[in-house]
Write a protein that binds this ligand. Structure first.
Ligand SMILES: C[S@@+](CC[C@H](N)C(=O)[O-])C[C@H]1O[C@@H](n2cnc3c(N)ncnc32)[C@H](O)[C@@H]1O
Length: 152
């Protein structure tokens, strides 16, 4: 499995969330992801129309973590949101796990709660950017999956 987890939330200015779910699918599937996971705290029930990319929805991040203890989790986070005590790697130096890996992205309105997440045997990875600015999560998903593809 090459999975991707993202949060689904109300986006100001996006009138049609179905369209946005298709953009997620059309970003990660061509770059090799096999599964999509949503954290849907608001009960918005995102859906895309492609059964070849299975999608599973969880009400909270803890539920997702509890169900995927057998996977290697790669937490993507902008440097400015990584607490000092937490070690991270730059994406350019990162060796991607071959299989059973899920790349986790935080909410666009906040960030991943790294201090509360299981870090042992998992990885924190960051993409270097101008002035350490944060990127939109969907853009990060595309960059990371492309990096994985070209390093194989
Ligand atoms: C839009 S960002 C959240 C930014 C946050 N609201 C802020 O102001 O710093 C959403 C998610 O994209 C991912 N992300 C953003 N920039 C990143 C970077 N430079 N490297 C790795 N992941 C990044 C992280 O998972 C982050 O939680």
């Amino acid at each position: 499995m090459i999975g991707v987890l993202t949060f689904w939330e109300t986006f100001v200015g996006v009138d049609n969330p179905i369209y946005l779910a298709d953009i997620w699918k059309d970003t990660i599937k061509p770059l090799g992801a096999t599964n999509l996971f949503y954290i849907d705290e608001e009960g918005l029930n995102p859906k895309h129309g492609d059964e070849s990319l299975p999608c599973k929805i969880y009400p909270a991040l803890d539920d997702f973590i509890a169900e995927h203890k057998d996977k290697t989790l790669v937490y993507l986070e902008a440097k400015r949101n990584i607490p000092e005590a937490i070690k991270y790697q730059e994406l350019k130096d990162f060796k991607h796990p071959k299989e059973n890996v899920i790349y986790l992205l935080g909410k666009d309105s906040s960030s991943l709660p790294l201090e509360t997440l299981p870090l042992k045997s998992n990885f924190v990875v960051s993409i270097s950017t101008r002035d350490n600015l944060a990127l939109w999560s969907i853009v990060v998903a595309g960059i990371v999956l492309y990096d994985r593809k070209v390093k194989q």
